[in-house]
Design a protein around this ligand. Structure first.
Ligand code: DC
Length: 234
């Protein structure tokens, strides 16, 4: 069976495992996976490296706006691992964009309307042909409001922080659980209270609370939905 030309929008709170879930769906059904948060993270790294974010967290929006037209973000599949990596120009920034410093600044960067326009334009270009699964905060509400399938993910905040801690420790980062929990809660707050494209469940999105679900259980849940709605067998 060929890959259905549908757009699947996965939105939800920070560290609910949206990207792992989306990647599994993409691999199993042959969809293209697009990580919108990675683009916001790449913009944040770019702003940090160019010195547009001062030590007290102030963002020089004029300079960022001017420089943004020269920022080229792409996704490429790494040959040895077959994993998709985020690039700025010819440089893989996959590792840097996941560090806590970037996580700490990404939400204030993502509230800036011209940054959101920049990311939305890129996503529309990437998503032109359909057959994609995309994860983020506003994919089903703003970026692709006509997506054929919308999923909204949530989980208990402490469970999410524990998952993030495990990931960062595995990468060798020196992190404290309290700092991660604080970052998760702060991002939840900023993401859901910002004026532009706040995080909220679309009326037609299906809720997935995975606090106590394994990856396998989440895939079984998804398989049932895609079978019932689209008659599609994996
Ligand atoms: O999914 P993530 O944690 O990598 O996303 C990083 C940040 O980017 C998140 O805190 C909010 C922002 N974001 C957004 O505002 N809209 C999206 N569609 C995706 C991410």
């Amino acid at each position: 069976m060929s890959v259905p030309k549908i757009i699947i929008a996965i939105d939800g709170y920070a560290s609910t495992g949206k990207s792992s879930f989306a990647k599994m769906i993409a691999a199993k059904y042959g969809f293209l996976y697009l990580d919108s948060g990675a683009i916001y993270r790449a913009v944040t790294l770019f702003a940090l490296e160019r010195g547009f974010i001062s030590d007290n967290g102030e963002i020089d929006q004029n300079s960022l706006k001017e420089a943004l037209s020269g920022l080229k973000v792409t996704f490429r599949r790494e040959a040895s691992t077959q994993k998709s990596e985020t690039y700025i120009g010819e440089r893989s920034v996959e590792k840097e964009i996941r560090q806590l410093e970037v996580s700490n600044y990404v939400s204030p960067i993502a509230v800036i309307p011209f940054v959101r326009d920049f990311v939305d334009n890129l996503l529309h270009k990437f998503g032109e042909d359909g057959a994609i699964v995309m994860d983020g905060r506003d994919i089903g509400t703003v970026v692709f409001p006509n997506a054929q399938l919308k999923i909204f993910m949530t989980a208990d905040a402490e469970i999410r922080a524990r998952r993030r801690e495990k990931e960062l420790l595995a990468k060798g980062e020196d992190v404290k659980f309290e700092d991660i929990l604080k970052n998760v809660l702060e991002r939840d707050y900023i993401d859901s209270h910002r004026e532009t494209a706040p995080l909220k469940k679309a009326d037609d999105a299906i809720l997935l609370d995975n606090s106590y679900m394994t990856m396998e259980q989440q895939m079984e849940w998804f398989d049932a939905i895609i079978r019932e709605r689209f008659g599609y067998e994996s």
